[in-house]
Design a protein around this ligand. Structure first.
Ligand SMILES: *[C@@H]1O[C@H](CO)[C@@H](O)[C@H](O)[C@H]1NC(C)=O
Ligand SMILES: *[C@@H]1O[C@H](CO)[C@@H](O)[C@H](O)[C@H]1NC(C)=O
Ligand SMILES: *[C@@H]1O[C@H](CO)[C@@H](O)[C@H](O)[C@H]1NC(C)=O
Ligand SMILES: *[C@@H]1O[C@H](CO)[C@@H](O)[C@H](O)[C@H]1NC(C)=O
Ligand SMILES: *[C@@H]1O[C@H](CO)[C@@H](O)[C@H](O)[C@H]1NC(C)=O
Ligand SMILES: *[C@@H]1O[C@H](CO)[C@@H](O)[C@H](O)[C@H]1NC(C)=O
Ligand SMILES: *[C@@H]1O[C@H](CO)[C@@H](O)[C@H](O)[C@H]1NC(C)=O
Ligand SMILES: *[C@@H]1O[C@H](CO)[C@@H](O)[C@H](O)[C@H]1NC(C)=O
Length: 297
């Protein structure tokens, strides 16, 4: 009988090695549940090093009190099993709103070695105060870019940012290149009350691809493109349903790219709804002139 087989001393090491390999495998594949606080989640990223995946648990809500910061190349934050529905793990921006510090960003990926980081299949609730919708000073729900290449944001839901954008890919020292923003569901972002606006996607990174995103009720631009030479923005669906949107796709601003929009391709996007331009003011409210795709200025 199997149970009665006595193990010879020489078979023990093999047995225990097998057990620890099995245990290591199990530990690696387990998600990190929401009993881990923000500092604990950050520690995993920091100590995980290059290529580490912070795997969050499906169906769980993580109230984070500071931004989670990528610290190394090819790291990933995602939900275990990569669901695309409402079971995606949810990060809620929950840090202070005070004169001393305002917490606005859930995930920050602009470190020196943040090439090829991935944010996939999670949800981010920026927890903007719905009674007092003014944006707080600080970054968007997601802040990536900088001197990095190959970053990916995919199948992510981002909404109600405390700051000015649901997703910002920043130019940094103009070495940002080849970001992929794909298959995300974004919005609402901001309030349509005068100057309480926020963008859906704010792209300021060269040679990037923004495709197949569904952006609903952004109040500034659905997608704003600052320069971003060599980028392609295609097959996105942008709609205004409950909130007025200033522009569907805006290719605007001389800065930060000194007017360099070279080889930027915007094609096959769908924009629905009525839009106002920026000429409303605090006594007139929102303006009634349409601006679907806006160029220049
Ligand atoms: C990145 O990870 C590598 C190995 O995983 C480690 O040696 C290096 O110190 C890490 N760099 C930073 C900035 O944490
Ligand atoms: C963890 O997520 C569950 C499911 O949403 C939630 O009920 C619970 O309050 C969360 N726990 C913490 C510590 O946030
Ligand atoms: C992430 O970086 C920001 C900006 O440097 C910092 O304020 C924040 O405390 C960091 N987050 C954590 C969890 O340490
Ligand atoms: C935090 O936001 C409030 C409200 O907008 C602002 O008055 C305050 O100056 C901000 N604090 C910081 C440190 O930015
Ligand atoms: C661009 O980034 C993607 C996603 O990280 C990567 O697969 C691809 O190899 C990169 N392309 C170049 C030319 O670096
Ligand atoms: C374009 O977007 C539509 C609607 O989201 C989607 O069904 C279709 O697969 C996309 N096309 C490509 C080529 O990705
Ligand atoms: C615009 O950007 C492209 C790509 O980075 C670069 O090759 C070109 O020299 C830039 N043009 C100007 C006028 O700076
Ligand atoms: C808004 O614009 C109208 C028309 O130009 C002007 O009469 C009004 O004074 C403006 N209100 C404010 C607060 O600037």
């Amino acid at each position: 009988m199997l149970n009665s087989v006595s193990r010879t001393p020489s078979s023990w090491p093999i047995y225990s090695i097998l057990c620890s390999i099995l245990a290591a495998t199990v530990v690696r594949s387990a998600c990190v549940d929401n009993s881990t606080d923000t500092a604990g989640l950050q520690k995993l990223l920091t100590e995980g090093g290059e290529g580490y995946t912070l795997s969050l648990c499906a169906g769980q809500v993580y109230s984070i009190t500071q931004s989670l910061n990528f610290t190394n190349t090819s790291q990933e934050i995602s939900t275990e099993g990569y669901p695309t529905d409402s079971t995606r793990a949810m990060l809620v921006v929950s840090g202070p709103k005070t004169p001393q510090v305002n917490h606005t960003t859930a995930v920050l990926g602009d470190c020196e070695n943040c090439d090829f980081i991935r944010i996939k299949n999670i949800m981010i609730d920026g927890d903007r105060d719905l009674q007092n919708m003014a944006p707080l000073p600080g970054g968007g729900n997601i802040e990536i870019g900088g001197a990095n290449q190959g970053q990916i944001v995919e199948n992510v839901r981002s909404f109600n940012p405390r700051g000015w954008s649901c997703l910002h890919i920043a130019e940094g020292p103009f070495a940002c290149s080849n970001a992929t923003i794909r298959g995300n569901d974004i919005g609402p972002c901001g309030s349509d009350y005068f100057q309480y606006w926020a963008d859906g996607v704010s792209l300021s990174c060269a040679n990037s691809l923004v495709e197949n995103n569904d952006i609903k009720d952004a109040t500034d631009a659905g997608i704003v493109i600052f320069g971003s030479p060599g980028s392609t923005v295609r097959n996105n669906t942008i709609s205004a349903t409950d909130r007025v949107m200033l522009g569907g796709i805006n290719m605007v601003d001389f800065d930060p790219w000194q007017g360099n929009f070279s080889n930027l391709l915007v094609e096959n996007n769908r924009i629905y709804g009525g839009f106002a331009d920026e000429y409303g003011n605090s006594s007139l409210g929102v303006a009634d002139q349409p601006a679907v795709i806006k160029l220049g200025k």
